[in-house]
Ligand binder design. Sequence first.
Ligand SMILES: [Zn+2]
Length: 237
Amino acid sequence: MMRIILTAVTFAFFTFSLWPPGERNMLFFQKEGLPDGWKDLLQMDSSLILDIKYASDENFTGEKLYDCARCLLRTEVAEALLAVNKEVEKRGLRLKVFDCYRPRHIQERMWQIIPDARYVAPPSQGSMHNRGLAVDLTLVDAASGEELDMGSAYDSFEKESHHSYKNLPQAVLLNREYLKTEMVRYGFTSIQSEWWHYSYQSLSSPLYDFNWSCPGSSKATLEGHGRQQNRLPSVTY
Ligand SMILES: [Zn+2]
């Protein structure tokens, strides 16, 4: 019996001491519940600013929809977003992120509240956010942290939020145009009705429905993951 225990201890020692650091990180992510091919944006670059509105009740639903604020994206999308952030830093700006991956059951809840396909992707189709391929964001001044004026508030479902709405101060139009230029440069696509929404169209991804873990949470992090669907993106939001 003693020999078996000694063998097991020796095996564990050599396994973990010889494991490359990158592999250990991978184990951490798997244990923590992120599927392969996903990244936590803040773990890649802690200078990114998160203001995840659905992690509070300060959003169009009036409900707190997420247990805590995190920005999870498919790896390629996260890397592209960090590249944009580096680009805007050259102008003394930074990205502030309002929403990233959104579990599909949250999409269903949003649709119950606003069943309007102009603003909420029907859960039957799924949103690019449910695929980890979309991000809602704005620009802030890096020194002051102040948001640049984009002419309307995030999730304001008014015509002022449309890219085609030009009856706005020149500075606002330039702010929108600059964000769009840099996002498009790194592979993102805009949609007409929301100045803050960008999606990564060159990738396909199934719809996901896992919850992320939060500090102090004992909840299973892959809850509902089995519901993922292998349907290709058909909507841009
Ligand atoms: Zn969006």
